[in-house]
Design a protein around this ligand. Structure first.
Ligand SMILES: Cc1ncc(COP(=O)(O)O)c(C=O)c1O
Length: 339
């Protein structure tokens, strides 16, 4: 790829490894399962988000910004990653976090880390969330009125700038996947705000990689994710004055269940089983849900022996501490200590 990419600030430790999960593959009895370990990007366990932030925060600093405003759910991985990255770079960080009426803002998981990193937090309602882009601009204007200079990062840093983080990641996969024997690997990943999928799609298309892409939605209908991805690809292409690529992507929304953040006991069981068989930590909202979807499809015979699945482990491990696992993991009563 001879494109000159926008400037970035290296924050992630890359390339992240691609690892074969033998015990999980044998136990699930189907394809060979590999993990692209973006849970090891090394930046506050930032997972996929830090790749996109490298580009956004470079742009913020180049514009002379001293403050960053972004948004997410109460336990947003993106918001936590932004708060930590801003702390590293000495930028003030303001987070608009979506909070349902009556929802406890417990100091746990990502929300605790947001606060430890010194982010300024404002809660917004689900109704406000529908006009989050407008609210980000209003918040930035109000910060600017106080003498700051703000850079706005959209939800998930998923736009024509943040996407480049994943295009770069595809260069890593290009080398790593070449070592996989057998059928073209399926790149299975959790999809939400679309930036990860857009970067993967751009990279696969432009590098001419023989990889099949499955964007496993964790909340939205497939058509919504597709629209977000196409808008991001179009924005990035317009900035370069070229036609957007049209990668073949399967938008799989068969596993959204009750919607964003709603997790069944069956999904928690699959996630816990995967942890027992790999030693890896998954979060119920994103990677755990996407993995449960993969497990279901293997059970239905969609992927069989001889096939390869590269599951992109996009991180998010802290959210595990903000979910209720008591439904499936009984707390042991330590009882009296042994005499
Ligand atoms: C752990 C994790 N995986 C996957 C995703 C989905 O990535 P994207 O929003 O780029 O679609 C997110 C987004 O928040 C995430 O936090």
């Amino acid at each position: 790829m001879s494109l000159e990419l926008p400037r970035r600030i290296p924050l992630a430790i890359t390339p992240t490894p691609l690892e074969y999960a033998e015990r999980l593959s044998v136990a699930w009895g189907g394809p060979r399962i590999w993990f692209k370990r973006d849970d090891l990007t090394g930046f506050g366990l930032s997972g996929n988000k830090v790749r996109k932030l490298e580009f956004h925060l470079a742009a913020a600093i180049d514009k002379g910004a001293d403050t960053v405003v972004t948004c997410g759910s109460l336990q947003s991985n993106h918001s936590r990653a932004t708060a930590l990255a801003c702390a590293r770079l000495g930028l003030h960080c303001v987070l608009l976090l979506r909070r349902r009426e009556g929802e406890e803002a417990d100091l746990s998981g990502n929300l605790l880390l947001d606060q430890l990193a010194g982010a300024e937090i404002r809660y917004i309602t689900p109704a406000d969330w529908d006009r989050r882009d407008e609210l980000l601009v209003t918040e930035a204007a109000s910060q600017n009125d106080q003498g700051r200079l703000c850079w706005v990062i959209p939800e998930g840093a998923s736009d024509g700038l943040g996407m480049w983080g994943f295009v770069l990641a595809l260069r890593e996969i290009a080398d790593q996947a070449a070592a996989i024997d057998g059928s073209s690997p399926v790149l299975w990943h959790a999809a939400s705000s679309g930036g990860t999928t857009a970067g993967i799609g751009w990279g696969v298309d432009r590098l001419g990689l023989k990889l099949r892409i499955v964007a496993c939605s964790i909340g939205d209908p497939g058509a919504t994710i597709r629209a977000k991805v196409e808008a991001i690809l179009a924005e990035a292409a317009a900035q370069l004055g070229i036609d957007p690529p049209r990668p073949h992507i399967e938008y799989n929304d068969a596993h959204v269940g009750g919607g964003y953040g709603v997790v069944t006991d069956e999904e928690l069981e699959v996630q816990a089983e995967a942890t027992r068989l790999t030693g890896l930590i998954f979060d119920p909202t994103y990677t755990g849900k996407a993995l449960a979807g993969l497990h279901r499809e293997i059970g239905e015979g969609r992927y069989g022996p001889g096939e390869n699945i590269v599951f992109w482990h996009t991180g998010g491990g802290f959210a595990v501490f903000a979910h209720d696992f008591s439904r499936i993991v009984a707390a042991e009563d330590p009882g009296a200590p042994d005499a």
